[in-house]
Design a protein. Structure first.
Length: 126
């Protein structure tokens, strides 16, 4: 059992993807890694999730490009059709419920869901 990147996953810049042991990136997941994306050991990115490091500064006349890294810590689960915005860290063991939009860091061992994603509950499976 090892890291598995499914054939219909899209990795924008493979050199900007740092995967730990036994990581899964499902079919349809889109990793738009204009900056580094780190998936620590046992992290999961489910089908059709969008991990997005890049955006634009709409207040700039030049519409400047912005790019910030994303970290998905050990044992975290990004569920189906989630969107992670630039610069977020998903804490160890955190769960992001399906269809959520994450614009701020998610603490370890916490379930977040919604648009924008908010804390649903804390848990501990250690």
């Amino acid at each position: 059992m090892g890291t598995r990147i499914y054939p219909r996953a899209t990795i924008w810049a493979p050199l900007n993807l740092d995967c730990g042991r036994v990581v899964a990136i499902a079919d349809g997941a889109n990793i738009y890694n204009t900056s580094l994306v780190v998936l620590e050991d046992l992290a999961i990115v489910s089908q059709d999730a969008y991990v997005c490091c890049g955006s634009h500064d709409f207040t700039s006349l030049a519409f400047d490009f912005i790019s910030r890294p994303i970290v998905i810590e050990r044992e975290a689960w990004i569920a189906a059709r989630d969107i992670l915005l630039p610069g977020v860290t998903i804490g160890r063991g955190a769960v992001v419920g399906a269809g959520s939009v994450v614009r701020n860091d998610v603490p370890a061992w916490t379930v977040y869901a919604g648009n924008p994603a908010v804390e649903i509950k804390k848990y501990d499976r250690r």
